[in-house]
Design a protein around this ligand. Structure first.
Ligand code: SF4
Length: 105
């Protein structure tokens, strides 16, 4: 069982116990919290990209110097030729890849 699942179950039990809420109400609250967390993470990524500051480290982005599953930096909307990125810090290989890959449209 993952830590997140255990944490969610613990939170659910604590909230239900203290507030006397139904399982359905607790699950609805947990869904709202999870959606909010995802939105905050996406906003942080967008802000970093727009501001051009506080780039994400290569380690945090899981950057690698080789393509992954056919995806490569030259095909990413965040790539800046010849060797940088709007989001990820440091030298970026055109043939590289990271978990923030966003295909050019
Ligand atoms: S794949 Fe990652 S490192 Fe490469 S250009 Fe896109 S965001 Fe930057």
């Amino acid at each position: 069982m993952s830590t997140d699942k255990r944490s969610a179950q613990t939170l659910e039990a604590e909230v239900r116990h203290s507030a006397g809420l139904s399982r359905r109400n607790v699950l609805q609250c947990a869904t709202v919290i999870a959606a909010g967390s995802a939105a905050i993470a996406m906003s942080a990524t967008a802000l970093a990209a727009d501001a051009g500051t506080a780039k994400v480290s290569q380690q945090a982005a899981a950057y690698q110097t080789s393509p992954k599953n056919g995806q490569r930096c030259t095909d990413c909307a965040l790539f800046i030729a010849p060797a940088s990125c709007k989001l990820v810090d440091g030298a970026i290989s055109p043939a590289g890849w990271c978990k923030f890959f966003a295909k050019k449209t």
